[in-house]
Design a protein around this ligand. Structure first.
Ligand SMILES: C[S@@+](CC[C@H](N)C(=O)[O-])C[C@H]1O[C@@H](n2cnc3c(N)ncnc32)[C@H](O)[C@@H]1O
Length: 239
């Protein structure tokens, strides 16, 4: 793991992107990682409404795809992109896949009508947003979902074992693994988006109460049902 004195949003080099490799095989185990499961469930609830209202079509990318949630909504024209080969392997072999670090590697040039980043906090940096801007067609859109700023600030300042800009995973062997998690206040996130030449269309939230059942004490001990669990940024490339 590397350390940096730079502003967090300039780089997520606080840990390597491939660090997800170390927990890829257990990331979707709900008993080991109930917080991830709750955030995934909340993302799925939001995506159901979003796909119903926006009907995304054409060429789609799911960046930092893990076990792609977007594939549950649209398979046609979908490209799955992740820096972790273990994460990419969690998807059927028939899907189009690219092994790429979205902060460092090109992900396309005016190629995509839609780019989705579901729980994109590990790579929520200026470099990634510039890359998204290059990869979208003119008029293309991006939906970027992160755990809420409200949750991140409350939770990460609450425990001495938590660190700012990092998510702590306790793995199956009981070891603490810290991975990048860059979550910003809405005005700072929207500025990062605008600085990349993109236009925020709509910022929305999923509430804790939108989940029928919250599994993770890291969530239900920190937030009440009327507080934000996810922040979602719907963004457009105007030219
Ligand atoms: C929090 S997980 C979310 C996975 C998936 N989108 C989901 O909702 O289940 C973050 C994912 O981003 C990937 N990732 C982290 N940093 C990355 C980077 N710089 N470039 C591409 N993928 C990255 C990880 O390998 C992991 O699959």
């Amino acid at each position: 793991m590397k350390s940096t004195n730079r502003l967090a949003y300039e780089s997520s080099e606080i840990a390597d992107a491939v660090a997800y490799e170390s927990i890829a095989n257990e990331y979707y185990d709900e008993k080991l990682h109930p917080t991830c499961a709750d955030f995934r469930q909340a993302s799925s609830i939001y995506l159901t409404r979003f796909f119903g209202e926006n009907n995304p079509r054409g060429r789609l990318a799911d960046i930092g795809c893990g076990r792609s949630l977007i594939a549950d909504f649209r398979e046609q024209g979908l490209v799955l992109i992740d820096a972790s080969s273990e994460m990419l392997l969690q998807n059927p072999s028939s899907r189009e896949k690219r092994l790429a670090d979205v902060e460092r590697d090109p992900i396309g040039y005016s190629e995509f009508d839609w780019i989705f980043a579901i729980l994109g906090d590990p790579y929520n940096t200026r470099a990634t947003w510039a890359n998204i801007g290059r990869a979208l067609k003119a008029g293309g859109r991006c939906l970027f979902i992160v755990p809420s700023y409200e949750w991140a600030t409350r939770f990460r300042t609450r425990s001495s074992e938590e660190k700012p800009n990092l998510a702590c995973f306790i793995n199956a062997r009981g070891e603490s693994i810290f991975l990048p998690s860059l979550i910003f206040e809405q005005k700072d996130q929207e500025k990062m988006i605008s600085d990349a030449g993109l236009t925020p269309v709509e910022t929305e939230h999923v509430l804790v109460g939108d989940l029928a059942h919250v599994k993770s004490p890291k969530i239900f001990k920190v937030l009440s049902r009327d507080q934000y669990l996810l922040d979602t940024y719907h963004v457009k490339k105007t030219q």
